[in-house]
Design a binder for this molecule. Structure first.
Ligand code: FES
Ligand SMILES: [Fe+2]
Length: 460
């Protein structure tokens, strides 16, 4: 992980004051070669056809690495969580050997769902509620009622839970329903090595929302694969970031994942609004970092570098180790989309984690998840999350809030995204929708659909 390492020699020779550009390497920003983007239309039926949804299930969902939960949810042997994906339920449990294993959550006697709670702990076994079969934390069937009555021989040790590949990265538990899946680290290449510097395994989940909405799961991933919508869906955000594509970088990787760098800490150079609006938009952040913005009133673009320098200067005193981040990482938006359905939007002090899961039966519905993962400063137990506009506590893990769209908030920014998807779904299924007509800056969407088609064609 050379790219995230601080060079100690350079640090020793560093001047006592900024400029500090270049000392902290952070994530390698080298532009990835542009892949071939095929000119396949994004047709409306991809968002409502049951046949297409079934093809996605058969050839993609059941063959790709997916996140089941957090390692921190199963700290002790016997701790377990379950997660739903489509019509499947996956059981993940930490064994006595500390290993986390994943199984289909189904009893091998006559198919009853084995575990119904989202999380919990077993002293030694899971017991099926129907006829009492018991499985240990390695999935082995070790006790059945009337064991002597099976003409075909005892099922114990034989009809074990069906295990599937399971691995961990960055504090997340990943599973894959394909028995011969390629290793997780291959799937995540080159994203995982870039994101390692954020140490997400040390972050705490401080917001956890699942919404059911009337839109296909791809509306979610499409949306987080472009920033073209920012001035119209999030006009307030454009006061404190530079969304114009000409100042952003987009990288598309052969693995199907993508990233975007967008300058933050101030608006784009063509901003026409008032400096007071910019100061207000950055208010909490400027206050926390004790930066007086007045000297930049007539030179707003300098605010970004001033904020970077201030974070570098005060970071350690405020309990942060920013040495793994470049200056850009301290203010800018580092946004990653992981194929097929996850986004990581990285901040120096946290991550907005977003996911669109398919509904079990209806392609026009989605289960949208938003987690905010907070990196608490050293020694802090309470922290104001500027991204969420909320105080969070290290002692109170987030409660899972669930509801329909509009019933539960995902925070001010994401709520604006969510509000648009149902309306888009209505248009996508209209006879009047004539397929997409996208600008080049939205090519991550085309690439995402192209990769989905590769799975459906059996090429991956
Ligand atoms: S279905 Fe589980 S014990 Fe019968
Ligand atoms: Fe958005």
């Amino acid at each position: 992980m050379l790219a995230c390492r601080v060079n100690p020699v350079r640090l020793m020779n560093a001047p006592a004051h900024p400029p500090i550009q270049g000392i902290y390497q952070g994530i390698d920003r080298s532009k990835a070669p542009e892949p071939d983007i095929l000119s396949c239309p994004v047709t409306g039926d991809r968002y409502y056809s049951r046949e297409f949804a079934q093809a996605e299930w058969d050839y993609m969902w059941t063959k790709v690495w997916l996140i089941g939960g957090l390692e921190s949810e199963v700290p002790k042997p016997g701790d377990f969580i379950t997660c739903e994906i489509g019509c499947e339920s996956i059981l993940m449990v930490r064994g006595l050997d500390q290993r986390i294993r994943a199984f289909y959550n189904v009893c091998q006697h006559r198919g009853n769902r084995l575990v119904h709670s989202q999380s919990g702990h077993v002293a030694s076994d899971f017991q099926c509620a129907y006829h009492g079969w018991r499985y240990d934390t390695t999935g082995m069937l070790n006790w059945v009622y009337c064991e002597e009555d099976f003409l075909q021989g005892s099922p114990c040790g034989k009809r074990n839970l069906v295990e599937i590949p399971c691995d961990t990265w960055a504090g997340f538990i990943w599973y894959n329903m394909h028995e011969s899946a390629k290793p997780l680290h291959e799937h995540l290449d080159p994203i995982s090595s870039q994101l390692d510097c954020y140490r997400m395994e040390h972050m705490k989940r401080t917001h956890w929302v699942t919404l059911e909405g009337d839109f296909n799961w791809k509306c979610v991933q499409d949306n987080f694969n472009e920033s073209y919508h920012l001035p119209y869906v999030h006009p307030q955000a454009c006061i404190s970031l530079d969304e114009h594509y000409s100042n952003c970088q987009f990288d598309l990787y052969p693995s199907g994942h993508a990233r975007m760098f967008m300058p933050g800490g101030g608006p784009n150079p063509n901003y026409q609004g008032s400096a007071d609006d910019v100061f207000a938009a950055l208010g909490e952040e400027l206050k926390f970092w004790e930066l007086d913005p007045e000297p930049y009133r007539h030179d707003l673009p300098q605010l970004r570098t001033a904020l970077q320098a201030q974070k570098r200067k005060l970071g350690e005193a405020k309990g942060y180790d920013f040495s793994r981040y470049s200056d850009e990482q301290l203010t800018d938006h580092y946004h990653y989309t992981i194929f097929p359905n996850i986004s990581f939007s990285m901040k120096p002090d946290g991550c907005i984690w977003l996911r669109g899961n398919p509904h079990p039966t209806d392609p026009e519905k989605c289960l949208f998840d938003m987690w905010y993962l907070t990196l608490f400063p050293e020694g802090a137990t309470e922290y104001y999350s500027a991204s969420m506009g909320d105080w969070v506590s290290i002692d109170h893990p987030a409660e899972h809030q669930t509801g329909k769209v509009g019933e539960v908030s995902c925070g001010p920014g994401i709520d604006q995204d969510v509000a648009i998807w149902s309306s888009q779904q209505q248009g996508l299924r209209s006879r009047g929708y004539r397929d997409d007509y996208m600008p080049w800056q939205e090519r991550r969407i085309l690439y995402f659909h192209q990769n989905l088609d590769r799975y459906i064609a059996g090429e991956v």
